[in-house]
Design a protein around this ligand. Structure first.
Ligand code: TYD
Ligand code: MG
Length: 463
């Protein structure tokens, strides 16, 4: 008689325990454990034990050099931005998870992609969240729908078994599942969207997709904290994880690769949400260059997302504090990074910034994580503190060390070329970078004081 094993699975992190706890011992979330019963262990384990020892098992591995090569023909999605983030197009038989906040445009992106792909390949669009009529309404609204042809095959279904059967029957080149959390495996007792369901549905889809060489695009939801909902195994299972993000109040959307087995991560794709669907933005720097050049407390940097340079504007506001401890607020840049730069400026230039509030913002709602923005942050802060405007047409790139020295940054040439393309004429960069860019006057500096003198034209340490 097979024994039924009861385990409790945390719906937040997927941790399992044999005992019920009110609080998950792994991730600390409350009331997240759900009972799950499972039958006997999979028969594979028993079969292995009972296999006769005398019979030699045939060898299945082969030498690396002997493994046959197969030319992978990547599928173009119709969006250059999406192709770049995927590493050059969609790989047949791969699993791609697209995550993002509700309403950010995941369904729109994938429906447009499906529409374009359907002109060359067979495509199945499985809508588990919206009815066929709702998808049709969206389809009619999209400019891509005018592309001709019948469009993709549409299946509005939440039952995993039906979806698998349709995939078997149709054997499409590409399938979109919108969304993995809305699919439901009737063999499991837990509710759709629970850890067990998401894991099982994704694993079943993956097995079939690899067998039939279908490229699968899965939509995934994110939790309040911005993590992909469902177990971590989902991220391990798929070949690529893309996140679609953006400010819901602004129209631009950013697509990033967080994991990619077939290309570089941290590639960035930029889109704009219009009333007739998503449009790609091929010159995103223009999106992040806000106010007219040369205003007080503003500096321009060139950030790099993957291989993509972005000219971005930073704005700082430094004002006398009325609090016991001054306020520091940063939007788009880590607050700790700002604290560190302020401390360096105070120590090495003698600026009394600890008596001033300091606000910093990156234009366009972009997040800049890389330290190459340090010099720009420092220049914006000092410019606001001294009520100065940086000369127009200047970009600043450099990492700031704790000793006040400027450190070289990667991909400098690429960054400077982008700045030159947008009409910038001068760049302040760390010493020893050894780059040349004929369109720009390049000023090298070894420390923060020297860099600021070069950028502002006056010594910020002088009163
Ligand atoms: P949607 O793709 O449904 O988001 P998700 O699948 O990530 O939840 O996008 C919905 C939002 O996009 C909705 O607020 C309306 C807006 N939208 C447009 O602005 N233009 C369009 O052409 C479409 C189809 C949607
Ligand atoms: Mg949707």
């Amino acid at each position: 008689m097979p024994r039924t094993v009861t385990t409790y699975v945390c719906q937040n992190c997927g941790a399992q325990s044999r005992q019920f706890f009110g609080r998950c011992s792994s991730c600390g979330s409350w009331n997240s454990l759900v009972e799950q019963s499972s039958g006997p262990p999979p028969d594979g384990r028993r079969r292995r034990q009972s296999a006769p020892a005398a019979e030699p098992t045939p060898r299945r591995s082969e030498a690396m050099a002997a493994v046959g090569e197969r030319a992978v023909q990547r599928l173009g999605t119709g969006f250059d931005e999406l192709d770049r983030v995927l590493g050059g197009g969609l790989v047949p038989g791969s699993l791609v998870l697209v995550g993002g906040d509700p309403g950010i445009g995941k369904s729109t992106l994938l429906l447009q992609t499906a529409a374009d792909l359907a002109q060359r390949q067979s495509v199945l669009y499985v809508s588990a969240e919206e009815s066929a009529q709702q998808v049709k309404l969206r389809w009619q609204r999209l400019a891509a729908a005018g592309g001709g042809g019948d469009g993709p095959q549409l299946l509005a279904e939440t039952d995993l078994e039906q979806v698998l059967q349709e995939l078997e029957a149709l054997r499409p080149d590409v399938a979109v599942i919108d969304s993995i959390q809305a699919l439901h495996d009737a063999d499991l007792s837990s509710a759709p969207g629970s850890v067990a369901q998401v894991r099982e549905c994704a694993a079943s889809l993956q097995r079939l997709a690899k067998k039939l060489d279908i490229a699968l695009l899965l939509v995934g939801h994110v939790t309040k904290e911005g993590m992909l909902a469902g177990p971590k195994v989902l991220e391990h299972l798929v070949d690529a994880v893309l996140t679609f993000e953006g400010d819901r109040f602004a129209s631009h959307r950013l697509l990033r690769a967080v994991k990619n087995r077939f290309g570089a991560t941290h590639e960035l794709g930029v889109f704009e949400m219009r009333d007739r669907g998503l449009l790609e933005v091929s010159n995103p720097s223009e999106l992040f260059l806000g106010s007219p050049e040369g205003s007080v407390g503003m500096a321009t940097i060139v950030a790099c997302e993957g291989t993509r340079p972005l000219v971005v504007e930073l704005q700082a506001l430094v004002s006398t504090t009325s609090y016991a401890s001054p306020r520091r607020m940063a939007t788009g840049i880590g607050t700790n990074r700002l604290h560190q730069i302020l401390a360096v400026l105070e120590k090495h230039l003698g600026l009394p910034l600890s008596r001033f509030d300091c606000y910093l913002a990156v234009a366009g709602g972009l997040e800049v994580e890389e330290p190459a923005a340090d010099l720009g942050v420092a220049a914006a802060v000092v410019a606001s503190f001294r009520d100065l405007a940086l000369p127009a047409g200047t970009v600043l790139v450099g990492e700031l060390g704790l000793g006040g020295q400027l450190r070289p940054v990667g991909q400098l040439e690429l960054r400077l070329q982008e700045a030159a393309r947008l009409g910038f004429r001068r760049a302040v960069v760390p010493k020893g970078s050894g780059v040349s860019c004929p369109e720009l006057v390049i000023q090298e500096a070894s420390g923060i004081a020297e860099a600021l003198v070069a950028a502002l034209g006056v010594n910020p340490a002088d009163d």
